[in-house]
Design a protein around this ligand. Sequence first.
Ligand code: UDP
Length: 368
Amino acid sequence: MKKQEYDYLLVGAGLFNAIFAYEAFKDGKKCLVLEKRAHVGGNLHCENIADIIVHKYGPHIFHTKNKSIWEYMKQFCEFSNFVYRPLAFYKDELYNLPFNMNTFYQLWRTKRPKDAIDIISLQRLNLNNPCNFEEQALSLVGADIYNKLIKGYTEKQWGMDAKDLPAFIIKRLPLRFTFDNNYFNDPYQGIPIEGYNEIFNKCFQNSNVILNADFLCNRDIATKAKKVIYTGTIDQYYNYCLGQLEYRSLRFESELLNIPNYQGNAVINYTDRETPYTRILEHKHFEFNNRSDKTVITREYPLKWSIGEEPYYPINTDRNNELYMKYWEKSKEEGNVIFAGRLGAFSYYDMDQTVDRALSLYQQIKLE
Ligand code: UDP
């Protein structure tokens, strides 16, 4: 049999394959990377505009509970001490997020935890087993917060009724009875000071990377490697033969403004149903940038996904999860193709989970 030129063909140059490539290189393995876009880095890719680092595909803040993942990531870049503190804009009022004592004060003028707890207890749905997003949200925070800060944002973000969405999505957000606007409960958090591209340049420096290359139009290239790690969507890989999975897409509209400061915060969420975008990012505030006298803002619009659009979020309804499992079963017939990453695994991963899974997969298969 012909000896393959590469140990791994990595389809997609996002975070999962970047970490995989780096680990493989340390063991002297050879990787060929195929990327559809004109750059590596997936949705973490940054661009420099007017001396401002712009997160081209939405805000990305690295955060984790896992000390070893944090230490691992620090070998690729220096992280700032950025703490994510988005605001919510609802019908001309501003509220702090996540739901905390500042939010409760803005909503009800409550000053003590007990007063806020009393109001929420009166409003909460008392359900033992909330079985969809709406039930879960109403049982966690009650009607006021749900109606002002959650329902409109969620239904436009996902393009679905909150009753049809899975409950786990709302559990991503903390609810706390302290005056603390940190969006994450994780002890480690930051953004690469030079932007995310540095991580990818380091991880892929020893791989053979081909940009603007669609694996699905050139599947024979798989014969060049012993194994394929595929981080695109599994249903497209199989030509949707068992049916289409659902994803949510996004559209970004960016503007360079001739003012130094537009909204005074990195992110403001628009939580009403009527405003067509979900959030406005002001990129310079991700990096404490006082250099530029201009500013770049991006409006993030949720978009219905259809074939040909970029899939950003898997929609983890029961129907989609069951269909995914059928594709997963089918993929076992392949032998040398592994589906991974947020799209390949059809999972709403944060970056630290992606890194963790890439490290585990490499450990698991490196001796095969
Ligand atoms: N969410 C909300 N209001 C907000 C922010 C988030 O209702 O102001 C809900 C919404 O359903 C969203 C989910 O919480 O999809 C998870 O939010 P997160 O900020 O983790 O979303 P991401 O940044 O991954 O898009």
